[in-house]
Design a protein around this ligand. Structure first.
Ligand code: GLU
Length: 494
């Protein structure tokens, strides 16, 4: 049974990189009929942010990725918040201490910063490890009585990295990587506040929760040798590891950051967080979010790019995950959203608040007609109001466009349209009748259409003109034409 976990730290909102990690875990679980777990890694009390955990759960739910096990869904392997698993970590750190795979360290912050400064002065990076651990204040250098005495104060517990052969780790995407133990420090496993560090809690929990494949961002790859050493120290079998490629800035240079979104005007969070709006509020469908994120580092091996979550669950495969960074492309995300919007029926679209608000003053028949007319022009639900606006009111007129057609005598056209509509010609036949008349008058089709369009909707863009007349109905259309005639007359006088 494959078991995977998404293990965010509740240090703020989930950003799109984190959501992409969650998605790949979710897809892996579904593809293998496995279990998708949410584990909250909240052992760093200094970085804990209120509301963040709830936000993460809500973002997953919005995308349709409800965890099978987690703090909100329960499960047999809980608790699923690391802060509630303190006694478990104590039990396991004891095992490492007894087997001399870990040791107490009592060095003060000052002693450590002096040692760091000294190393840096000599031109190397400071590392607390096999080469210098006997120069520090720890249980390897003190007598038993001193250790007991020191344990009454502050201390940490460190992993004892023994010098020796290389540590080989295996990543499902990158293959084997070997790291020299000389490069590895004696990582802190338990902090002075009695909480485990990420590395320790992560390995203990992945083992106890029977995680079969660890899927996370590439930034955790450098930690893998330490994790491997911990598995070895416990004589536990390692899970598989899969480190997902970085998400790069739109320029392709460097890692995508929150600031890139602010600079270029795209959201970096799935849902609103404080004053930063998310993809949801920006008018993205959850299926588009999921579809776009899946393409950030994975491809189906075909030309296909549009998938629902259910399709992704079937099509996802580890072999389609790329090694190289994936460039973030907001325009592509919008295009994907546009495509998913096209797949929705008018009835489904009318369920969205954006449509309900914009169309509240129209009859249901009009609503259905308007949705059908503007659908293909929508990239996000945010565009709805702008597209509906012309049905609500033609004002303000686009004066620039109007000035351009004034010399072509739009009044002649509008007065003729008034006559034709009033004579009872139905909207479907209007076009033909007008064009016939235009030919007789030696008027270009352009003048007729542009004059009528400006009069009806105030600008030169928008859906099919005669469809607009059908939606508005004869009396509203006639009123708008009348008003436009008055406006043009005033304009010509001034
Ligand atoms: N808590 C880590 C994070 O916030 C999880 C890394 C992992 O999945 O091992 O990204």
């Amino acid at each position: 049974m494959e078991r995977v976990r998404f293990a965010p730290s509740p240090t703020g909102p989930l950003h799109i990189g984190g959501l992409r990690t969650a998605l790949f875990n979710y897809l892996y679980a579904r593809k293998h009929n496995g279990v998708f777990i949410l584990r909250v890694e909240d052992t760093d009390q200094n970085r804990y942010v209120e509301g963040s955990e709830r936000y993460i759960q809500e973002a997953l739910e919005w995308c349709g990725m409800v965890p099978d096990e987690g703090p909100y869904n329960g499960g047999e392997f809980g608790p699923y918040r690391q802060s509630e698993r303190k006694s478990i970590y104590l039990e396991y750190i004891r095992v490492l201490l007894e087997n001399e795979k870990a040791y107490y360290a009592f060095d003060s912050t000052e002693e450590l910063s002096n040692a760091r400064a000294w190393a840096e002065q000599k031109g190397h990076a400071f590392r607390y490890g096999a080469h210098n651990r006997l120069q520090f204040v720890n249980s390897l250098t003190l007598s038993n009585e001193e250790i007991e005495e020191r344990k009454k104060g502050d201390y940490v517990i460190r992993l004892k990295v023994d010098p020796g052969p290389m540590v080989s780790v295996f990543d499902e995407i990158r293959g084997a990587v070997a790291v020299s133990t000389e490069e590895l420090d004696d990582k802190i496993l338990m902090k002075s506040d009695g909480m485990p560090t990420y590395h320790f809690a992560n390995v203990v929990d992945d083992h106890l929760m029977q995680i079969s494949c660890v899927i996370r961002g590439e930034e955790w790859l450098p930690s893998l040798p330490h994790h491997q050493l911990l598995y070895d120290a416990f004589q536990w079998q390692c899970p598989k590891f899969m480190h997902l490629p970085l998400i790069l800035k739109p320029s392709g240079k460097g890692k995508l950051s929150k600031r890139d979104g602010e600079k270029e005007g795209f959201p970096v969070f799935p849902l609103q967080w404080k004053e930063s709006i998310g993809y949801k509020e920006k008018g993205f469908l959850p299926e588009s979010m999921v579809n776009y994120l899946a393409l950030l580092g994975w491809n189906s091996g075909t030309e296909d790019e549009l998938f629902s979550l259910a399709e992704l669950e079937k099509r996802f495969s580890v072999s389609g995950v790329q090694k190289g960074g994936a460039r973030f492309d907001y325009e592509k995300a919008r295009w994907i959203n546009h495509q998913h919007l096209q797949k929705k029926s008018s009835e489904d679209l009318l369920q969205f608040g954006e449509f309900q608000m914009a169309l509240k003053d129209f009859t249901s028949a009009q609503q259905l007609m308007i949705v059908a007319l503007i659908k293909e022009r929508l990239y996000t639900l945010d565009d709805v109001y702008e597209e509906v606006r012309l049905f609500i009111s033609p004002y303000p007129f686009d004066d620039k466009a109007l000035e351009k057609i004034l010399p072509k005598n739009p009044l002649l056209v509008l007065e003729e349209v008034q006559k034709v509509i009033a004579s009872g010609v139905p909207a479907e036949a209007l076009k033909e009748v007008l064009l016939e008349w235009a030919t007789k008058q030696s008027l270009g089709v352009g003048v007729v259409m542009q004059s009528l369009r400006i009069a009806l909707v105030g600008k030169l863009s928008g859906p099919d003109l005669f469809a607009i007349i059908t939606v508005l109905g004869n009396s509203v259309s006639l009123r708008r034409i009348e008003n436009a005639i008055t406006y043009i007359n005033l304009k010509q006088k001034s």
